[in-house]
Design a protein around this ligand. Structure first.
Ligand code: AMP
Ligand code: MN
Ligand code: MN
Ligand code: MN
Length: 291
């Protein structure tokens, strides 16, 4: 039996559906011992989650998932043990939120060229209420209008690449994301590397550059990862001397393929990033030595 950790989760401060306090409660039910909240481009939920985790006797890690670009590809960089008050990080995140607002407004304009949206602004509510507006919010608004059945359906019909509401976005470079995380005292983790639609050679180059610009770890243990992908990720981590991180990328209850809490068993030869986190100092001796 292994202890559970989860170093990649979302709340309603980005595109998750639950409040930070509720996220902690759900993690407690799953017997998660170490939890990080890593909202897209936001640290707004950290204080509430940290408080709730303290009450629940759970170790909490302050995190964020920063949207970034690399060779024209969108990638995500998770920052762990960050100081959310750091001015460089705050400025970086504020810029990303501004880019997101502009993009979502442009998505609304494109959608309104279709007859189904002619009399209704599908993004007005999103821009009015979402702190970090994402395409997931737009997808939910489209569902509420009865023009898609699920989030996936909304992406397939309206929001994905090649669809009527697709607006491309250039994000600040990966190196800037890593620099902001490090300025805030955090460790940078390349999120879900196997999900990027690039060749093995390009993924290898990405990992190399990630490490060169100050990255610390790769996410190597995620739900619904095939044995083949898990082996690839472990090979990349070893080759580039990157530590390994584990997280669910939880967004909402009821998605059974992304349950909160991951078995923290890492492949042989991978250094656990957990052992470099502040939570580890208080954990030592209290968690089974499998990580
Ligand atoms: P954005 O950052 O605004 O591009 O929104 C991306 C978010 O939408 C991601 O964080 C995912 O949670 C979600 N997402 C992206 N692609 C899909 C898809 N094909 N189906 C469902 N959700 C998606
Ligand atoms: Mn998301
Ligand atoms: Mn992501
Ligand atoms: Mn995520």
């Amino acid at each position: 039996m292994f202890d559970l950790i989860d170093l990649h989760t979302h709340s309603h401060h980005s595109d998750g559906t639950v409040a930070p306090r509720e996220l902690v409660a759900l993690a407690a039910v799953r017997k998660v011992k170490v939890l990080a909240l890593t909202d897209h481009d936001s640290t707004a939920g950290l204080a509430e989650a940290e408080c709730a985790a303290r009450d629940a006797g759970m170790h909490f890690t302050r995190g964020v998932e920063i949207t970034a670009g690399w060779r024209g590809q969108e990638i995500h960089v998770v920052g762990l043990d960050i100081d959310p008050a750091n001015a460089q990080l705050v400025t970086h995140l504020a810029h990303l939120v501004q880019l997101r607002r502009t993009r979502v407004a442009a998505i609304g304009e494109r959608l309104r060229r279709s007859s189904q949206f002619r009399d209704i602004d599908p993004v007005a509510g999103v821009l009015a209420s979402a702190e970090v507006p994402t395409r997931t919010h737009v997808a939910r608004a489209i569902m509420a209008l009865g023009l898609a059945t699920t989030t996936q359906d909304a992406f397939d019909r309206w929001l994905g690449r090649g669809c009527k509401g697709y607006v491309p976005q250039e994000w600040p470079d990966m190196a800037a994301a890593v620099t902001a995380i490090r300025a805030a005292g955090g460790h940078a983790v390349l999120a879900h590397p196997h999900r990027y639609k690039v060749s093995s050679a390009v993924l290898d180059a990405l990992c190399q550059q990630f490490r060169d610009c100050g990255g610390s770890a790769l996410e190597v243990s995620l739900p619904a990862t095939s044995p083949n992908d898990a082996a690839r990720l472990a090979r990349l981590a070893r080759k580039h001397a990157l530590a390994g991180s584990a997280g669910s990328d939880f967004h909402e209850p009821g998605l059974p393929w992304r349950p909160l809490g991951r078995f923290a068993k890492l492949a042989d030869g991978i250094e656990p990033l957990l052992a470099r986190l502040q939570a580890w100092d208080t954990l030592q001796g209290k968690i089974r030595r499998h990580v």
